[in-house]
Design a binder for this molecule. Structure first.
Ligand SMILES: [Zn+2]
Length: 223
């Protein structure tokens, strides 16, 4: 059985088909239910972009577990310069490829970053498929991501200010049509005020077929 656990902010830990993955593991975030020393195993670490609240503890986790970092080409180049011992799989926005038995695509995100281009990820296994949107505004091509990759679970930023707020994220749900949507990237610090209850209410109006699960840091869903 697989699971998906929220580690606060945009950080998630999951196991799909026995592969242990992390998205944007900023374990030092103020909402994190775990400490770096609690993390013993990781196979793949997906990094959406290189702002500190996403790049977080990626290098430390990779160094201690041997996990491969998956990121956009230019960010991989920068990370390899910073730490030559890490393994970084560079990809770019475009297609679904196989990594450790999972299917992975980098998707566009509209945001800013220091290296390359901000991104999201679709990760598909036999047990489930997850779309982590990264930091982004709402964009119409989310509809295409939903149509061609059919993610069962969508992880969407709702905090506003730097990303979508609750209404835009609810509209994203309507475009993507996942079975489950989980809000992230809210209330970690004062600027990102977006409320998960408001997000849920908007989804009930715009696309009630999707179930909203509001996780507390450390809570997980199983599949
Ligand atoms: Zn962010």
């Amino acid at each position: 059985m697989g699971y998906l656990k929220w580690l606060g902010h945009a950080a998630f830990e999951a196991e799909i088909d026995g592969v242990k993955i992390f998205f944007d593991p900023w374990i030092d975030n103020p909402m994190s239910p775990v400490k770096l020393e609690d993390i013993a195993k990781a196979d793949l670490i997906f990094v959406t972009h290189d702002h500190g609240d996403h790049l977080g503890n990626v290098i430390e986790i990779s160094k201690k577990t041997g996990a491969k970092i998956v990121a956009i080409f230019d960010l991989c180049e920068a990370l390899k310069k910073e730490c030559s011992s890490i393994e970084c799989i560079d990809m770019n926005i475009g297609s679904l490829v196989e990594l450790d038995g999972l299917k992975v695509a980098i998707t566009p995100a509209f945001h800013s970053c220091f290296h390359g281009h901000p991104a999201g990820f679709v990760v598909k296994g036999k047990e489930t498929s997850i779309y982590h949107a990264g930091d982004t505004c709402l964009f119409k091509d989310m509809e295409l991501i939903g149509e061609i990759y059919k993610p069962e679970i969508a992880l969407l930023p709702i905090g506003g200010w730097y990303t979508m707020g609750p209404y835009e994220a609810a509209y994203a749900v309507k475009l993507i049509k996942p079975k489950i949507a989980i809000p992230m990237h809210y209330q970690t610090f004062p600027a990102i005020k977006g409320s998960p209850e408001e997000f849920k209410k908007h989804v009930e109006d715009l696309y009630p077929a999707t179930r909203i699960i509001i996780l507390k840091p450390g809570e997980k869903i199983e599949f």
